[in-house]
Design a protein around this ligand. Sequence first.
Ligand code: GLC
Length: 432
Amino acid sequence: MRRVLLHAIIPLSLPLALAACGGSDRPPGTLTLVVAGGSSGTEAEAVQAELDRFMAVNPGIRLTYLSTPSSATERHTLYVTWLSASTPTPDILNLDVVWPAEFAAAGWILPVGEAAGGEPALPSMAPGMLEASRYRRRLVALPWYLDAGLLYYRTDVLERLGETPPRSTADLVRLATAGVRAGVRYGYLWQGSKYEGLAVNFFEAVWGHGGEILGEDGSVRVDSPANRRALRFLRDLIARQRASPRAVLTFTEEPTRQAFQQGDAVFMRNWPYAFRLMNAPGSPTAGKFEVMPLVGVEGPGAAALGGGVLAINRRTRHPEEAWRAVEFLLGREAPKRFSLKTGYAPADLSLYDDPEFRAASPMLARMKEAFLRARPRPVSPAYPALSEIIQIHVSRALTGQEDVGEALAAAQREIEALLRKHQAEGARAGAG
Ligand code: GLC
């Protein structure tokens, strides 16, 4: 499959718009754009390298990278603070795939069609990433990389135990506790701190137990027998089986990865980016771990779809130049270089057929189908608020402040009220 170039499918208006604003014939350094994004693993360095490349061929535009916390929720708080104050920078934002609807509904980001003079077709983009990048059918962001939850395991430990990789959550618990008895510090590490990652870990447990969060008709299905089993499963990992240490209640992705990479755990739930870092020369786990799809109660589990998309701040003073930078970052070569450097999984699926990519990233190439099966979180402007309700009650259940039934009943009630309020507001906005 040929990779479709972003700039090849943008109508002619883009070069014309750029010619009009004279992007590259300004004297060096006259215009500065700020690009904000995350900082997991080598992300910040890899983005900076691309910004440097862009500047080398666009001497009139200076791009600076504003590295923000790797915790999705901390980053969300920062972005909301900036954008709700109508600041013109950051000009370009790397958004978590679950934010575009909220940001577009608030009027904080420019529809792609407005910035680019037309919407690109993007036929090879992962469908879930594209869907999450639309608001009211318009593209408001462009996918960059995708994430899907994966189960990492130590091959050397399982070998020592004479065991094969787990096929179900029961196997996972059994092998994690066996590993601890055999002297590994921790059994199974995941993200239990109260932030977006906890909602993700909860959803994956829910799906792995046959539950759901919202029904197809949009009804709230948080309080159900399957979801209670899922939440009990997470709680008992810590409180009963001791397959997971209490420390997971403070873990986001990076501490989880660092502990596993030090050789301190048998299993870890994390995103694809952890693979390259943990396998790098000099890493204590290099060559001693593998990765597989998540497991559920009955066998295969379900991964949440995550990832990053690029959007342009509606208040930017330089929309054409911002678009030009976005086009470069998502264009012909940059996504591949970025992925090869960071180990992030590209959102453009045509890259998975690229021989150089396949040779350098066999794990990502092998996992393409699992990435395509990853389940999106609800695509809605109300999602961050819904997620916060989940985080609060799941966290209380895990720390024993609420029992499982109480926690889910409360989350159910609060999410129903939230969605009612959003619907009423939406209807008023539609009428007005
Ligand atoms: C990763 C994912 C993102 C998710 C977050 C949760 O950054 O890409 O989609 O919300 O982790 O911690």
